[in-house]
Structure formats: C-alpha cells, structure tokens
Design a protein around this ligand. Structure first.
Ligand SMILES: Nc1ncnc2c1ncn2[C@@H]1O[C@H](COP(=O)(O)OP(=O)(O)O)[C@@H](O)[C@H]1O
Ligand SMILES: [Mg+2]
Length: 298
C-alpha cells in the first residue's frame, strides 16, 4: 500500500482537484487498483465533489481516528464514469466533527501517531493499493496525523508567491517531523497547477519554480482548463468528461509520472533499504534565501 498526501499550506492550489485526478488517473492506468481517498479537511470538499449524501449514522475520519471505528463503517463507495468503464474508489469524508477531534486528540498519548496506528490495527495495507489524502491548508494535529501516516508527498503550487511560500512551509514542516519522529517522508515533487501559458507572469513563475524547487523535483504543469470545473459539476474527473482536453492530458501524464516514481522508489528501497529523496533535508535558511531570490527575479 502506498500512502500519498497532497499537501500545501495554502488554499486554492488545486489540492482537492489533484487528489481526485490522481485517483482517477491511477485507475486509467490500473483499472483494478483499490484506492482509498481520505478527506482531512473540515470543508468536506470531497463530499461536495462526489455529491456524497451521508446517512445520519455514517462514520467519518474523526470516528476512524479517535474511536478506531472499523474502516468499513467509515468508507463510502463512490462510482463515476462511463457505464462500460465505471471507476470505483472508496472515500472517507471529514466534516466539522474533525475540528472537535482536534480538541480530543490533544489529551491523548501519541496524539500525532494515532492515524498511523489505526492503519496498522485495521491492516489497511491488505485492503488498499493506494491511499490518497486531500489535506487542508492548515497545520494542526489532524494534519500531523496525516503526515505521519503518509509515505509520499506531492505539493501543488499555483502560480503565485503565496503558493511558493506554502511549498516552503510544507518542506520545513516535514523536516521538523522527520527530526522528531522516526520517519523518512519522501517528496515526489512539486506540481505546478492552474497554469496559464498565455500569461507572461505565469510563464516566469513556472521557470522560477523549476529552479527554486529543482531539488524536490517539479512535475510538468497542469494547465488551466475550464473543463475541470465542468467535470466537477458532473461529479466526475476530466478523464470521463473530455479525455482530449488539456487538463485530462496533463493529469494523465502526471498520474503516469507518479506511478513511475513510486515503482522506482520501491525498486530502490528493496535494494538499499535507505532511500530518501533527501529533498527536504535542507536547512530552512537555504530555502528562505531561494524564495528571496525568487522575489528578486520576478
Ligand atoms: N487546472 C485547472 N483549471 C481551472 N481551474 C482549476 C484547475 N485546477 C483547479 N481549479 C479550480 O481552482 C479552485 C481551487 O481548486 P481546489 O482543488 O478546490 O483547491 P484546494 O483544494 O487547494 O483549495 C477550484 O474552483 C477548482 O475548480
Ligand atoms: Mg481542498
């Protein structure tokens, strides 16, 4: 089982869109893959995306996390796509209860490691090939639980300065986590999103992002495309809405790149047992100076 968190400390960078399209893009390549998509954001974006109507008694992430409710009680099976090619994913949603979970977590021992523990206790690895976390743009105890339950990180970055600083914050935070806990999170790369190639500022921004975050790896950008919004209204991904549109092509290539990076890492890990991208093991001051140089060059 591969656990991947889509994280950035900034709203509107396409975290939710990327989570959905990574899941859907993996299913384009591996139709039988068992995927669990977990929303850790109290805004319940995934619930809105798939128009999930929750029954009164259906459990969400906070119950799974705090009460160790069986994951089968918490997942909601979602199907979308053409009739002859239905895509199936399991979704665990969050809602306002996740904010209360924050308070309850505070007094618990190993409060940052509870989600990781639940994964083990309930042997999720036997039931899913991929777990993808859609993260909130905030750092709190629930986010730390997600960080510690994830092996891989993808950091979406839209074409603005705040978003770049958001990438930097994720890296600093992963550094801090790696120093305190016995984990080696791996950054698969920064994903430039909502990219408008006709806009000179976007072009300059992308070039700078490629330089500043070269050490993390930068995926090819996802172009701005209104079909993303149209697909969302129909509760599907762009692959089903219009497989020829720019966003479908870009997210398709992105999913292939992620799968290839995951496979490569698996091969390397089994050979060396000590693979770390090393990408975030850099002094925060070093990253600070790079962001300053980015400011200067724009
Ligand atoms: N490639 C894209 N082209 C056009 N709009 C996009 C694209 N990616 C995301 N969006 C839009 O940008 C907004 C923010 O995306 P969302 O995934 O909700 O971000 P986040 O989860 O980081 O807050 C949404 O309205 C979404 O439809
Ligand atoms: Mg979101």
């Amino acid at each position: 089982m591969k656990t991947i968190a889509i994280q950035s400390i900034k709203g509107g960078t396409a975290k939710t869109t990327t989570s959905v399209h990574l899941a859907s893009g993996i299913l384009e390549q591996e139709p039988e893959a068992r995927i669990l998509l977990i929303d850790s954001d109290q805004q319940s974006s995934l619930r809105t995306y798939f128009r999930i109507s929750t029954k009164e008694n259906s459990a969400d992430l906070s119950e799974f996390l705090l009460e160790n409710r069986p994951y089968q009680d918490c997942v909601i099976p979602v199907e979308f796509g053409a009739e002859n090619k239905r895509k199936k994913i399991d979704v665990i949603i969050s809602n306002k209860r996740i904010a209360d979970a924050e308070m309850k977590l505070f007094v618990l021992p190993r409060r940052e490691e509870l989600l990781r523990l639940r994964f083990k206790q309930q042997n999720l690895a036997a039931n899913y090939d991929y777990v993808i976390f859609d993260c909130p743009p905030t750092l709190n105890l629930v986010t730390y639980n997600v960080l510690l339950a994830s092996d891989y990180f993808i950091i979406p970055c839209s074409m603005d300065m705040f978003s770049v600083v958001g990438v930097k914050s994720v890296i600093e935070n992963l550094d801090a986590v790696a120093q305190v806990f016995d984990v080696r999170p791996k950054v698969l790369g920064v994903l430039p999103t909502i990219y408008d190639g006709r806009n000179n500022f976007n072009k300059e921004m992308l070039e700078q992002i490629k330089v500043v975050f070269a050490h993390l790896g930068v995926f090819e950008p996802i172009r701005i495309d209104v079909k993303i919004k149209r697909a969302q209204i129909k509760n599907m991904s762009v692959f089903e809405y219009d497989s020829e549109c720019n966003a479908a092509k870009d997210y398709g290539q992105f999913a292939i790149a992620v799968l290839s990076a995951l496979n490569q890492d698996q091969v390397q890990s089994s050979k060396t047992q000590a693979v770390s991208s090393g990408s975030f093991n850099r002094a925060p001051a070093e990253v600070h100076s790079e962001v300053r140089s980015l400011r200067g060059s724009l």
